[in-house]
Design a binder for this molecule. Sequence first.
Ligand SMILES: NC(=O)c1ccc[n+]([C@@H]2O[C@H](COP(=O)([O-])OP(=O)(O)OC[C@H]3O[C@@H](n4cnc5c(N)ncnc54)[C@H](O)[C@@H]3O)[C@@H](O)[C@H]2O)c1
Length: 390
Amino acid sequence: MNKQIIGIIGSGAMGAGIGQVAAMAGHSVVVYDNNSASLERAKASLAATLQKLEEKGKIPSAADVLHRLIFADDIHAFATCELIIEAIVEKLEVKKAVFTEVEKVVSDTCILASNTSSLSITSIAAACAKPNRVMGLHFFNPAPLMALVEVIPAIQTNTALITLARELMAQWGKTPVLAKDTPGFIVNRVARPFYSEAIRIYEEGIADMATIDWAMTEIGGFKMGPFTLMDYIGHDVNYVVTETVFHSFFFDPRYKPSFSQKRLLEAGWLGRKSGRGFYNYAAGASLPEPNKDMEAGKKIFERILAMLINEAVDALYLNVATAADLETAMTKGVNYPKGLLKWCDEWGIENCLVQLDTLYNDYHEDRYRASVLLRKHVFAKDKLISNFTK
Ligand SMILES: NC(=O)c1ccc[n+]([C@@H]2O[C@H](COP(=O)([O-])OP(=O)(O)OC[C@H]3O[C@@H](n4cnc5c(N)ncnc54)[C@H](O)[C@@H]3O)[C@@H](O)[C@H]2O)c1
């Protein structure tokens, strides 16, 4: 699978980023978009980015890389591609229609991948005449900087493609992990409580946003607090992923979205990009100060951490990924300070279970049910969850 021609569908944030990665790895890359203004923007921004990389000595020649990038508004430009990665709008029907069209243009052996954050790869594959050539390749934003790529076979995917994809991603300097085709794959599933439990604590009036953010960064060691991070990602993206995951999990209360975040979306308060989200970013506005009470902060941090660990352990139990891939995904996909399974072992698996059972007893909500694997492991006292294999 060396130096094939790569096709990218969509020249937005992700498509342009993935195109850059592939071109820097030495491939010829065809970037197709049905919006010529978006193509022009991508071309200009990639030229500027590559120029900066050349000036910093990170690449020998921006012109060489740019030369390998072709920008096309006609889908027929994909005729010679051997791998296509789709990164268009996150709508299942639109993606299915595009895959059907692309399949008419490419060769029989061309592999088709989707960069979807939360849609079913199996469902996208079903739109194709050859569903066994379809898979998920989920990059993280910004694609040139984030190492993680989730490799997601659909139930129809030819399993030989998994090895090919993992090898290719490694050649591109990426760290591939294998994820089952379940809602949110690894990262967008396991990370949900970071946002939702923080919002729940805020909605209950236990602490304000600034204090929760402070607890998670200062006590927890996360790079950004949940409210700052949601404002940064944008509520149009973060809320929609939460809602999609919730619907896709047949309305499991563990993934229930919040009204607080839904209202922000309805108001158009999308976060940093619109100048206002949970916080106000208008010129002259000041960010609220946290209440730096260590005891209260520790309680907030441990509640969110227990929920995150529970999610990781349950994903392990349900074979969404191996323990090693779960740890890699959370440290390289969302920059968590450590893998959640290792964190569980360090904190003490009993402490984690006590935290969850206390929440469950207080609330009597299914949201707080502990994973059966966590409970089983507490009984098998000598075993570390981070070493777990079946
Ligand atoms: N932005 C992120 O943080 C992120 C991270 C990982 C995965 N993703 C996923 O990547 C995909 C793209 O996200 P994005 O943030 O780059 O979106 P974006 O809005 O920046 O770009 C989407 C591009 O697709 C083009 N497009 C839309 N419909 C098209 C069609 N029918 N044919 C051809 N081009 C079409 C648009 O013109 C636009 O240029 C989505 O599935 C998203 O869930 C996004």
